[in-house]
Design a protein around this ligand. Sequence first.
Ligand code: FEO
Length: 392
Amino acid sequence: MKKISERIFYVGVNDDDKVMFEGLWPLPLGVSYNSYLVVDQKVALIDTVESGFEEEFIGNVNEAIGDRAIDYLVVNHMEPDHSSLISYMLEMYPSLVILANAKTLPMLKGYHNVPEERVQIVAEAESVSLGGCSLRFYMAPMVHWPETMVTFLEEEGTVFSGDAFGTFGAVDGNPVDDEDTFEIFREEMMRYYACIVGKYGNPVQTALKKLSALDIKRICSTHGPVWERNIQSVVALYDKMSRYEVERGVCIAYASMYGNTAAAADALAMELESLGVPYAIHDLAGNNAGELGLSGALRDVFKYDTIVVGSPTYNNGIFPPAETFMKALQARLIKGRRFYAFGSYTWAGASVRQLNEYAKSMDFELLGDGLSFPQAYRKDKVDMKAVADILK
Ligand code: FEO
């Protein structure tokens, strides 16, 4: 438990054990599930945490409020990393009432069989008083689910923002940011955005416009630090990513069966290095410790303007990890990128042509037909310097 202000207490937990968030995204630095208490004449809990943390969570709550009852549980977002302990809290606090919007109600029933009499539906811009302060609710659909809303504690300029402005990475010690916290979390915030929220650029833009009307002095997200000193940087980064704005640079994303497409990818990286072109390289099939695989590639698609995909031909098509990446780009509505494909084949090349078809479906600018090479990669037969010259 950490006291954030006279009224606000952080009662979230860190998860350093989970290997894959949503079963998909590696967590080399862990993740936090943030929950907050607002303590006034009435007590409101904002969201809960993932299951498995019951003891630590209730310990945090007890440390903040002792045996006082919780009057309200605000459910900003129903994804189970925040809603898993709803049933548990309803049982622990028999007079607790859930504050949620109409879209949340069927999810509360479906996930937790919550009786309607324990839910108070709130509408856009509606306010609920806690006595000396009040909570106001703003709908933020698709940031990250359709029921998502944010809660504004007007008296403290504090927005409880749900997943918005969240980041991977556990938060050790004081959850409130220092001057350098944004730079420490920047890459993980980008990876979180790209993996989790990246499909919803337009809804994020809509939410940002709505929030811009509020006088925000503190952002309490569901994942990562509490933002006070870095609000401008955090909002600017979310704004930029949700507008799909990028810098000049190359994201090389490849998958390889026997190392030939991988060798070509490495050779391209070295050529870009020697040309001074910013780049990142990710093995889409990589699952060794520290490798970010698909999640790292998606992060860097939100960073750089050029996407280069390497895939061998497999079953007369694209090697599955590379095809998964292309579908992930489609799902995230990635636009305005330059594209190049390469890869090896043994008796008939198909992957490069099919990768180009994916790129065309997203209106990417093709920087050529791509480079399809037979059998082994060798420097004297596969000219990755020529490819680097095209990309620079
Ligand atoms: Fe952290 Fe969409 O839940």
